[in-house]
Ligand binder design. Sequence first.
Ligand code: ADP
Ligand code: ZN
Length: 736
Amino acid sequence: MAEVASPVAAFPSLETALKHYFGYDQFRPGQRSVIEAVLKNQDALVIMPTGGGKSLCYQLPALLKLGVMVVVSPLIALMQDQVDSLQDNGIAATCLNSAIAFETLRQREADLLAGKIKLLYVSPERLMSAGFLELLSQLIQTVGVSGFAIDEAHCVSEWGHDFRPEYRQLSVLRAKFPQIGVMGLTATATERVRSDIAQQLRLCDPLIQVSSFNRPNLFYEVRPKGRDGYQQVQRQVKQHQGSGIIYCLSRKRVDELAQRLTADGESVLPYHAGLSDDTRRENQTRFIRDDVRLMVATVAFGMGINKPDVRFVIHYDIPRNIEGYYQESGRAGRDGEPAHCSLYLAYGDVATAEFLIGQKPNQDEQRIARQQLRQMVDYAEATVCRRRVQLSYFGEFLEGACQQCDNCINPPPLEDWTIEAQKFLSCVARCQERFGMAHIIDVLRGSKKQKVIDLRHDQLSTHGIGKDRSVDEWRLLGRSLLHQRLVDETTDGYPVLKLNAASWQVLRNQLAVQVAIPTDFVAGPATDTSPSDDAPEVTQLLTGLKALRKRLADQQSVPPYVVFPESALRQMARTRPQTLEAFGQVSGVGSRKLAQYGEVFTDAIRQFCADHGLASDPGAGGRRPRPSRERRQTVGDTHRLTLELYRQGRSLQEIADQRGLKASTVASHLERLIHQGEAVDIDQVVEPDQQRTIRSALAEMEGASLTEIRDRIGAAVSYEDIRLVRAMWHRDRASG
Ligand code: ADP
Ligand code: ZN
């Protein structure tokens, strides 16, 4: 075989190759060292969280080495996605699996042997077939095989959460083709699975790349789910922009929630194992292509869904364990842009989950499941940094606080509930440690239920000593005592409260009890990717570019992110490149994309600039103002524009619609303007009578949250009304 120069020689650095093929300027952490190892034909084990950028670790070497890279991937749907994305970057990729017609398969095999393909995706079943192993041998002797990449490599391990027997046979690759490098890639973390992968794949002195599981672009929060859980979710969904996934525990709940949201005008589709294969596939495709904004789903949805621009994931019901939660919530923000993960906690749901666990036939399974659920509840009730709790579960230590979770942003107040705890525990003792929490609370609250009377628990000294607290408050305390291990609960299926040594310390006044009081959610910074930070022309241009992207994507039947990632569009909207040269500088624009889309996009941008009297590209010719100044100015501008429209007599909603903002954002602009002393006539939106009502509630409930105030006044007033009146009220008081 003649010596052919490998394409790697064509690039002065790996970074130039990265920019050329994929349009990115920099490697993500860990990518470079893996790529270097693969270029040297060294084996590798790559453990990176979802969104970490694993694919690039074999895709770039595939392009820089001679021959074909063979990628084993368990999910046919995912394969097609990856192939689409690569082809859109002008990279010769294809796949072979059982879903493909015979004729097409033959053609693809011919292309492979003709050296026309750089990346080949196959399912493990096909890989192991005699015919394919024969094809491999032929490839090795002709065009060459540059490596084997085993995606979702945790499937090889029985200790992983997704064992697949066909993965077990992959060791054949090493046995048959010892000269070809093998790499395993996974997002699963446990030590045991890692060493299992290395062993099962027969990796030989592999480079082991373990990236941090911290995903700094994700904001984590837990919200208490009240009786109006549906309204809470609906409100939250309205606040977010972009695509979102809402996970529910059961098919029934998926269907119910999807129906209600649809009835309320949201763009939603359901996904669960009860739907036909076709329906599921179609719903998934419509979600990925941005034809529908929300997916309401059971955990059946997600594995292998390669949609990088999911902006929020909501868990409407408590997940079963932390690992699952990490993976599911981690489907948000794979593109590295800010995204939001919320979990709704209701103790009723925990009880349901516990009940379901009780139905499992196997005692050991029950025990493990209970423990995992308890850890999940611990997480949800944690008063410390959420990220720290998650990462510690994976054996990683987070230095300091993340400032990107509800507890960091808004630490819940601790209250001393020692007296209540003593009442509670002594009631447990009086009931002779033979009853569960519900009964203890009945006794504390002085219930006259038949069961209480029959047991003569109405005669106990603790009967009725807790009337001053609600059932919910007692449950909060009971849970908190359990999680602080200040009382125990039997785990044999009939949870009975038992005192332990720490309980007695509390009873003897040797230990104080602090309970974290969940505050009603106060919105964190977020993902409200609402463009309020951007100048209006940036927002408008972004909207236009998104529409253009969607059109181009639909023409080619690919998801919009395949055309350009969101971050690239945003950069275009901000820098307004009008020449191909400037356009090529945008991160995410590689040589192929430049050739394919450069014209249309720069045309659209030029047109926009002409229409809006924006003469030049703000990034060109060094005329760009310093970023910090630019930012400050635009904040001012966006507020002023709101004020101008407001003074023309438009309603908040009209302004919001016109500017592509949310009404709440418009209200926050006005609020800020009021605080800054601008003359804002709020009579325009809030009736004087209503203003009086709100003002008196504000005066009576000093320091109360917006929600509390609204609960007090009733749903006739909106949050925006309260915010405006509150701003005026503060200003009036400040000025005496
Ligand atoms: P994983 O398989 O680890 O979940 P992917 O390989 O799908 O992650 O990558 C997630 C997203 O990050 C993709 O949209 C990908 O194009 C993008 N990406 C990967 N590497 C880089 C990089 N170096 N710079 C910018 N974006 C990247
Ligand atoms: Zn935090």
